[in-house]
Design a protein around this ligand. Structure first.
Ligand SMILES: [Zn+2]
Length: 67
């Protein structure tokens, strides 16, 4: 696991937010061609999904790309 993410302003540990279905962030996801075997021909840097984290102190939201 990567090191814990913290708020750049108050250095509080960020809380991960789960995406509920499709959202505004969904447009950032990269969809692989269905005829490519889905898991077989995809490079790791092509399946990064944006994951929002929120600071419990200042409610600042930061989005990180995760595998
Ligand atoms: Zn904060």
């Amino acid at each position: 696991m990567p090191s814990e993410k913290v708020c750049p302003d108050c250095e509080e540990p960020l809380e991960r937010m789960e995406l509920q279905g499709t959202s505004a962030l969904g447009s950032l996801s990269i969809v692989a061609p269905a005829d490519d075997g889905f898991l077989s021909g995809i490079r790791a840097d092509e399946v990064l999904a944006p994951v929002p984290y929120v600071c419990p102190e200042c409610r600042r939201t930061l989005v990180y790309a995760e595998e």
